[in-house]
Design a protein around this ligand. Structure first.
Ligand SMILES: [Zn+2]
Length: 304
């Protein structure tokens, strides 16, 4: 019996739907613009597209990773940081099951990405690690004993909301000085705009830093130092075999590395200073592959 799966990656901007085999190879895929702010009708459309893409294959299950917070058991979007958002309370799992007629498994996209790292990415063979996705925001997923950590309420892994500056700026989560306010694309653009006194995007800040611009370098060092401190705090709690960094900011990693490592080593306990910081090889593929393989494993657990 062939084990084809449908993997869905619902990002803030784009949604990718793919047919993935049991080894994690993408057989076919398509994209559509994300419109989470349209609420339930958008997710119905995603389900319908998945059904039509899957028609030519013997698909066993559907997996989906999505921006925002989802409860892995109920499959319903949680209020998270945006309690009035149109996707809150949308029953994604139920919609996908109705549209495709297949068992469906859903979770937050960064947690699903961690699963992809374990199966086909930088963390193959590891059982305890933390994956961080550095993009517009900063998300994460924790794998412990070879399993995705969900936590009591299903929202474990929000590494971006470790407070690293108690007197820092207010975060939408209600806390101050959260890591995401320093180590994310949005944060780099904001810190860069403040430093230059005019609007500047995060890729521009990185480009300027790469060419040696002192102001941009100061912004990037601030980001890298914050990230190192955050990783140090996580290492002290979880004693991971590795960290895996992914996301769109990863292409600039050489600019961060020196400051990040020195900040990490001064924050982590003695025995943890050598925890490897790996770079994800998955680029944009981790979402659909992780979702598909997570669905396959969950289906097997249910049937065993
Ligand atoms: Zn926060």
């Amino acid at each position: 019996m062939s084990d084809y799966l449908l993997g869905i990656d619902i990002g803030a901007t784009n949604t990718r739907i793919a047919i993935v085999d049991h080894t994690g190879s993408i057989i076919a895929s398509e994209r559509m613009p994300s419109q989470m702010s349209a609420g339930a009708p958008f997710f119905q459309e995603v389900g319908a597209k998945a059904r039509s893409l899957g028609e030519a294959y013997q698909v066993q299950a559907v997996g989906a990773g999505s921006a925002g917070q989802l409860h892995h058991k109920t499959g319903v979007y949680l209020p998270g940081l945006y309690p009035t958002a149109p996707w809150v309370d949308v029953p994604l799992k139920e919609i996908l099951e109705t549209q495709t007629g297949l068992p469906s498994f859903v979770d937050n996209d960064c947690k699903i990405h961690a699963y992809a790292e374990m199966k086909v990415g930088a963390a193959q063979g590891l059982t305890d690690f933390i994956s961080l996705t550095l993009g517009t925001g900063l998300g994460g997923g924790i794998i412990a004993n070879g399993q995705l950590v969900h936590g009591a309420k299903g929202i474990a892994g929000h590494v971006g909301h470790i407070s690293i500056e108690p007197d820092g700026p207010l975060c939408p989560c209600g806390n101050r000085g959260c890591l995401e306010l320093y180590a994310s694309g949005t944060a780099v653009a904001k810190m860069g705009s403040a430093a230059y006194g005019e609007e500047i995007s995060s890729p521009e800040v990185f480009r300027k830093a790469a060419s040696g611009d002192a102001t941009a370098c100061t912004v990037i060092e601030k980001m890298a130092a914050a990230l190192g401190r955050g990783l140090g705090a996580m290492a002290n709690i979880f004693d991971p075999q590795a960290f895996v960094l992914g996301g769109s900011i990863l292409e600039w990693y050489p600019l961060l590395e020196e400051t990040l490592l020195s900040s990490f080593r001064s924050s982590a306990m003695n025995e943890l200073r050598d925890v490897p910081i790996l770079q994800s090889p998955l680029e944009g593929r981790g979402g659909v592959i992780g979702a598909a393989l997570y669905a396959l494993d969950e289906l097997r657990k249910q049937r065993s």
